[in-house]
Each structure stands twice: as structure tokens, then as C-alpha cells.
Ligand binder design. Structure first.
Ligand code: PLP
Length: 393
């Protein structure tokens, strides 16, 4: 059977390739330490699980409206009012099967063939593929390391053409953990307003910020920017609810309605009990989120300090998400490898440490390490990387 062009063109995920190899080694009894995780290692708070259980036992096991339960959409509006000071109505919210699905549906709803979407590198792996699946064209601009992996308004302006439809801003960022400041967002916002570019603001790591950093949504900076922005968020990372698959998009009603229409013919609705559990998550306030955030910050500080002492490793210190994104080009060279991808493969084979090569994020000089694992595992992994480097140089 000949497959459709659209799937043949998909790039296999580098994240998945390394994870699969690590799993295969584990199955053979090898003690692999995985630093590839894209999800918190904590359990979903018990009260949230109990809420879903109670919902199921009371018969709430049927379809909901395609855009989500009105009570959940109201809870999301309340959250946005409380956290960002922005006022939305439930009609401006569509609940989706995770933030990834919100992004996928959004690109399907707004892109015509040839429409361009500006994607700053390093980027989250799914952005370019989702744009291509919607017949759009990803246009990359480089968030240089000396710019703390962020892009400037000048770079954005230079990339805009008559075909530009949208730009993706992901702050805090996966994979770099960088956060745009309010001033930086204001300047980016000005360019987008001037050229009428839709801003897709992926705020999934909003709650995971460190060292006093503050998450600011570009939509909260002015009424004009609110109208120009679609916010993407969800509870996967904030409440350790990756498996529940609840995300959402908020903004322009026409776009939200189009996304709802698409969902009504593809997924019908996000899982009913997971939606009810999400209402509970928002009702609980930030206490459980804060507990996880504090644990992440402690791990970040400890891991970062030791990581930068490894020969050939340099790292811009992140202040968000749960990833470190060191540049290891020098380390790879010192250890006799041709490139970072080779370094990553050998690190897994010889030292049994799984990290993700930066090439998958459009940044081939770096690797991504997730600290969403215990400090004990992190220390053990660092020890192994140190030994690996010692033995190789
Ligand atoms: N956006 C970014 C930047 C992510 O890293 C992820 C998950 O890894 C998502 C969106 C998707 O989140 P969800 O699990 O809610 O689909």
C-alpha cells in the first residue's frame, strides 16, 4: 500500500528514536539512565485522581460538547483572569486532547497551502511537522546561544513575507528553558501587530519558572496583543497530568469556532472525566504545583553546577521548564566524535545515559537533558558522563 505524501514527508522523531533504543537496552537488563523525559516524574495529585473516579462512579462517562464542558471553560477563564489578568469568555476557549492537539488543530484551522509560520530555533519538535501537515511552510529564525536562545524583533521583521501568517512563541521554552521578558515580548508584539501576524503563544511550561523569573503572556500586554494572540496551555506539565490529555486554546472566537468544528469531526471531545479532573486541578490553586516547582528548581541548581564542570560542556543557565540544553560540540570533538549525534549514540551505548540530540530541535551543537527524574538518578548520570569524558579524551 502506497502511503499518502503527507505522512511520507514526516520526519521521525529523534526523541522517540533514542527513547526506543534506551528501552531496548533496558529490556536486555542494562541499567540505562534516561534523561530524555518530557514529563514530570511526580504523580498526579491524589485529589485530582479521586475527582475523576467520583465523576465516573456518578455516571459522568458520556460525550461532552466538542469545545469542552462549559464548567471547565469557565474554570480556564478564571485561571487566565487570576494568573494573567486577562478577561476571556468561555466562548473564546476550546478544550483539546492535550496542548499538542490544540496546536495541531490550530494550524489546520488557520493555514492555507504556502502560508508561512515563523518558528524560532531551537524549537519543540512537533511545531514544524504540524505546520507541514497543514500544508504550511515553517520559516526558521535562529535563537542564537549568545542571545540566550531567544530571537530579536529585527530577526522576526526580516523573516516576514507576504505569506507570513503566524509566529510561534514558546516561553518558557522546550528545549532551552529560556523565558522572554515582558520588554522583549512587547517588542516582538509590536512587529507582529505592525504586520498583522498571528501570535501562537505556547505557555505549557508557564508554572515552571525559577530564580525569581516571572512568566508573562504576550496576550496580557495590551488589548491589541490579546486580539492578535492564541494562547496554548494545559495541565500536562503544571499538574503532572501528561496522560490525561487535556490542553486548550484561547483567543479569537472565529478561530476557536473553526477549531471546535474540526474537533467535532475528528475527536468529538476530550475525555470527559479528564476534563472534570482538570476543573479540580484549577480549583486546588497553586499549592501542589508549587511543591513540584520547588523540587525542580533544586535539581536544576545542583545539576547545572556540576554539568558545567564537565570538560567541553558549556551551558546557558535556564530559568524555566525542566530541561538543560548544553552545547557539547567541544566535548564531542575532544572525545573524538565527528558530531553531537555520534556523541549521543556513544554516550548511550558506552555509558548507558540517554540524552536527546539537539539536531531534533534544530540545534545540532547541543543536547537536551531533562531533570524530571530523581536527584539520585541525575547524580548517577552526571558521574557516568564525567567518566565517559575522562575515558574518551
Ligand atoms: N508544547 C511544548 C513546548 C511541549 O514541550 C509539549 C509537550 O512536550 C506540548 C506543547 C504538548 O503538551 P501536551 O502533553 O499537553 O500535549
Amino acid at each position: 500500500m502506497k502511503l499518502a505524501k503527507r505522512v511520507s514527508a514526516l520526519t521521525p522523531s529523534t526523541t522517540l528514536a533514542i527513547t526506543a533504543k534506551a528501552k531496548e537496552m533496558k529490556d536486555r537488563g542494562i541499567d540505562v539512565i534516561g534523561l530524555g523525559a518530557g514529563e514530570p516524574d511526580f504523580n498526579t495529585p491524589t485529589a485530582i485522581i479521586e475527582e475523576a473516579y467520583a465523576a465516573m462512579m456518578s455516571g459522568q462517562t458520556k460525550y461532552t460538547p466538542s469545545n469542552g464542558l462549559p464548567t471547565l471553560r469557565k474554570a480556564i477563564c478564571d485561571k487566565l483572569q487570576k494568573d494573567q489578568g486577562i478577561s476571556y469568555s468561555p466562548a473564546e476557549v476550546v478544550v483539546t486532547n492535550g496542548a499538542k492537539h490544540a496546536l495541531y488543530t490550530l494550524f489546520q484551522a488557520i493555514l492555507d497551502p504556502g502560508n508561512e509560520v515563523i518558528i524560532p530555533t531551537p524549537y519543540w519538535v512537533s511545531y514544524p511537522e504540524q505546520v507541514i501537515l497543514a500544508e504550511g511552510v515553517p520559516v526558521f529564525i535562529e535563537g542564537y546561544e549568545h542571545q540566550q536562545f531567544k530571537v530579536t524583533p529585527e530577526q522576526i521583521e526580516a523573516a516576514i513575507t507576504e505569506n507570513t501568517k503566524a509566529i510561534i512563541i514558546n516561553s518558557p521554552s522546550n528545549p532551552t528553558g529560556m523565558i522572554y521578558t515582558e520588554q522583549e515580548l512587547r517588542e516582538i508584539g509590536e512587529v507582529c501587530l505592525k504586520h498583522d501576524i498571528l501570535i501562537v503563544s505556547d505557555e505549557i511550561y508557564e508554572k515552571l519558572v525559577y530564580d525569581g523569573a516571572k512568566h508573562v503572556s504576550i496576550a496580557q500586554l495590551s488589548t491589541e496583543l490579546k486580539e492578535q494572540t492564541i494562547i496554548i496551555n494545559g495541565v500536562s506539565k503544571s499538574h503532572s497530568m501528561t496522560g490525561w490529555r487535556i490542553g486548550y486554546a484561547v483567543g479569537n472566537k472565529e478561530i476557536i469556532n473553526a477549531m471546535t468544528n474540526l474537533a467535532s469531526h475528528s475527536t468529538s471531545n476530550p475525555t470527559t472525566m479528564a476534563q472534570i479532573a482538570t476543573i479540580k486541578a484549577y480549583e486546588m490553586g497553586d499549592a501542589p504545583v508549587e511543591e513540584m516547582r520547588v523540587a525542580f528548581e533544586d535539581r536544576l541548581n545542583k545539576t547545572y553546577e556540576r554539568l558545567v564542570t564537565i570538560p567541553g560542556f558549556t551551558c546557558v543557565k535556564p530559568n524555566g521548564a525542566f530541561y538543560l540544553f548544553p552545547n557539547v560540540t567541544e566535548a564531542a570533538k575532544m572525545a573524538g566524535f565527528n558530531n553531537v549525534d555520534e556523541f549521543v549514540t556513544e554516550l548511550l551505548e558506552k555509558a548507558s545515559v540517554a540524552v536527546i540530540p539537539g539536531s531534533g530541535f534544530g540545534s545540532p551543537e547541543n543536547i537536551r537533558l531533562s531533570y524530571a527524574t530523581s536527584q539520585e538518578q541525575l547524580d548517577k548520570a552526571l558521574e557516568r558522563i564525567e567518566q565517559f569524558m575522562k575515558a574518551s579524551i
